[in-house]
Design a protein around this ligand. Structure first.
Ligand code: FAD
Length: 269
């Protein structure tokens, strides 16, 4: 049995803690937040998709994630809502490329007649692109519900979980090996492995041992959602539609560096 401290209790930290404790690790979770999934995981559009996500390795990862959501949903984890995505594509070349890749890589995707699908109330059909794709195996995730459940399961497996516990330092021994973390409140947790699941704080946590985290802290917003009088993305996803099958429409991604709509060719995360 090894000691692991997980820094962060968003969906990543929660799932790592749950998985590790099930595998027999002695888990400790420390999150600066007051509850599970209050940061990016609470703001997420929560769309579970692998469509339009080259290169192949990235597609395989996101596709495996989607299959895992179906699997853990069937095992009783709350939060995953299987529901087909309808995607109104503005760029025909990109759509053709995405569809060709989906077929080649075994991802369910079909083009449907533009007049066929009903649209959520408040959306102007005339403003939508004439090309519509239906992605039948997708869904969305209530991340706070799922992360809360995972943290609870990790606790039941013996993990020690504390919120409001900001990790300020990563401790190393005389040989330079990681041996735990120091908290802002003066506390300390001894562990031979530290998992950095600090989300937008990952860069800072990695920097505590002179390392670098990947692409953290990118801001996006949803043009379609922005126009609607809603209080949260989850409210939007849970709204009734004319056709109960419909959960999502496509959105454009704007990056925080001000380079404009769809910068970098992004559709969503
Ligand atoms: C607006 C928006 C829309 C998105 N839409 C989608 C989508 O449709 N589909 C999709 O797949 N993804 C989407 N994403 C991305 C997805 O939501 C994130 O990748 C995911 O929620 C990140 O989870 P996380 O656990 O890494 O981080 P977070 O949920 O941010 O959790 C980070 C945790 O680390 C803790 N922490 C940070 N620093 C410290 C510290 N020093 N000590 C202790 N704890 C610390 C925080 O308190 C928190 O508990 C979206 C993101 C945003 C912001």
């Amino acid at each position: 049995m090894c000691d692991v401290v997980v820094v962060g209790a968003g969906i990543i930290g929660a799932s790592v803690a749950w998985t590790l404790t099930r595998a027999g690790a002695r888990g400790r979770v420390r999150a600066a937040a007051p509850a599970p999934a209050t940061a990016a995981s609470a703001a997420s559009f929560s769309r579970a998709t692998a469509f339009g996500k080259p290169p192949r390795a990235y597609f395989d990862l996101t596709h495996a994630g989607l299959r895992a959501l179906h699997r853990i949903g069937a095992q009783g984890a709350p939060g995953f809502h299987p529901s087909p995505t309808l995607l109104w594509a503005r760029d025909p070349d990109r759509l053709d490329a995405d569809l060709a890749r989906a077929r080649q890589w075994g991802y369910a995707a079909e083009e449907v007649a533009p007049e066929a699908p009903a649209v959520p109330r408040g959306v102007d059909r005339a403003a939508l692109s004439p090309r519509v794709v239906r992605l039948p195996d997708e869904g969305w995730v209530d991340l706070p519900a799922m992360a809360g459940w995972m943290v609870d399961r990790a606790r039941r497996e013996g993990a020690e979980v504390r919120f409001g516990a900001r990790v300020e330092r990563i401790l190393t021994d005389a040989a330079g090996a990681v041996c735990g973390v120091a908290l802002a409140d003066g506390g300390r947790v001894d562990a031979g492995t530290v998992v950095n699941a600090a989300g937008a704080g990952a860069e800072e946590v990695a920097g505590l041992v002179g390392a670098q985290a990947g692409n953290a802290g990118r801001a996006v917003y949803d043009k379609a959602v922005e126009k609607m009088p809603i209080t949260s993305v989850r409210d939007f996803l849970a709204r009734p539609t004319e056709d109960e099958e419909i959960e999502l429409i496509e959105w454009e991604t704007h990056t925080s560096n001000g380079t404009g709509p769809g910068a970098g060719g992004d559709r969503n995360t």
